[in-house]
Design a protein around this ligand. Structure first.
Ligand SMILES: Nc1ncnc2c1ncn2[C@@H]1O[C@H](COP(=O)(O)OP(=O)(O)OP(=O)(O)O)[C@@H](O)[C@H]1O
Ligand SMILES: [Mg+2]
Length: 362
């Protein structure tokens, strides 16, 4: 899979952007504040329908404009797919093969994995961040996960509303039944995914940090269900919680309150791991995500690296480039100084300057 063309209009500081990326390495260099991360964000938005740095889509519109659009052609196993996403009049619209589509029919042609300096929040930040990582990673390999997730949120919102309004118990029970079926699917997908990814995570981390730092990652569901009768267990947990949930006005336990625990030498990485160790853990996790996608779906996602070299020490940096040089897919990498990069292989360099991009194919 690779992006063979990328276009954007009025997206962040790009008035018009038109790029024919290299199927292998694309180096985006330039001074601070020129639009390098914006360009990655355009690709990320096209791949995930989510911006990188905001949840408010209107921030993507170039200042003083009211609409923005990103489009691109993806080459997937020899076939070209046209994808586009637009934000106009307060509405986001996705297009596939130039036809309007719902997000569930949009996904499948383009997968992206992003590395940014901000990733350290995966270890250090709130559980919501780790759940988002987990769900996005599952969904990249299996787009139907998104539908389960949306359905769960919908049923959860309905239960919460009934709790707040002191709605009738039998109606709340109906929502608990619906919730338990979808929640069970979500928990099983998450559990299965973490079981698979953790083996690779531990191996990758031993390579990056050295084997003496024994690390682990564990899925921590807020309702711990067994291998059998999971749906029943969820229902009885919500029945037990019902009165307390009514008092608080929301559902306290369920997949929306799950977490992922990272440990280093038996201690919580969130509290005890150093900054560099936390960064290495995220790196190991994302590389594992890529390996898993390849193994499970025979799919190699596009890798977006935002300024990561400047965040790593020389040894870690070298290991990152060892991985990248052995990686078969398309890579976009931003830097203020291309001399940091140690890339062998076919590559194009692009200078990003004040919202425009100049090519200089090497
Ligand atoms: N909606 C927008 N409209 C116009 N300009 C914007 C918009 N959003 C951000 N910008 C501008 O884009 C620039 C930032 O771009 P970006 O974050 O891509 O920089 P960068 O090249 O990655 O810099 P750095 O090396 O510091 O990370 C800033 O000048 C910012 O003011
Ligand atoms: Mg940047």
């Amino acid at each position: 899979m690779y992006l063979s063309s990328l276009n954007a209009r009025d997206f962040r500081n790009f008035e018009e952007l038109s790029l024919e990326p290299n199927p292998r390495f694309n180096i985006l260099y330039g001074d601070n504040g020129q639009g390098k991360t914006n360009l990655l964000e355009a690709i990320f938005w096209l791949g995930t329908l989510r911006p990188i740095r905001t949840s408010r889509l209107r921030e993507l519109n170039r200042w003083k404009t009211k609409a923005c659009k990103v489009s691109g052609s993806v080459n997937l196993e020899g076939l070209t797919h046209r994808l586009a996403v637009e934000f106009k009049d307060g509405v986001r619209q996705a297009y596939r093969e130039d036809k309007k589509v719902r997000s569930s029919s949009f996904f499948g042609a383009l997968s992206v994995v992003l590395f940014t300096p901000d990733d350290v929040g995966l270890i250090r930040g709130a559980p919501e961040r780790r759940r988002r990582f987990l769900d996005r990673a599952i969904f990249t390999g299996r787009p139907s996960h998104l539908e389960d997730f949306v359905n769960y949120r919908r049923a959860l919102d309905a239960r919460n509303q009934l709790l707040r309004e002191r709605g009738p118990t039998d109606l709340i029970e109906v929502y608990e039944q619906t919730l338990s079926v979808i929640a069970h699917k979500l928990i099983c997908s998450r559990r299965e995914f973490v079981e698979e990814i953790k083996v690779k995570f531990v191996e990758n981390l031993a390579t990056i940090l050295g084997p003496e730092y024994e690390c682990s990652v564990r899925y921590k569901p807020s309702i711990d269900i067994g291998e059998t009768d999971g749906i029943q267990q969820l229902q009885s947990t919500w029945a037990i919680d019902r009165e307390r949930d009514r008092e608080r006005g929301f559902t306290q336990r369920g997949p929306h309150a799950d977490d992922l625990n990272f440990h280093i030498l038996g201690h919580s990485a969130r509290t005890y791991a150093s900054q560099g160790q936390q960064r290495s853990m995220v790196l190991a996790m994302k590389i594992a995500e890529i390996q898993l996608l390849k193994e499970r779906n025979n799919q190699i996602p596009i890798v977006l690296l935002d300024d990561v070299s400047s965040e790593l020490d020389a040894t870690r940096n070298e290991r990152l480039f060892e991985f990248l040089n052995g990686f078969e897919g398309q890579v976009f990498i931003t830097t203020t100084d291309p001399h940091f990069l140690r890339i062998d292989g076919d590559q194009s360099s692009w200078q990003v300057h004040n919202g425009s991009v100049d090519s200089s194919k090497d």
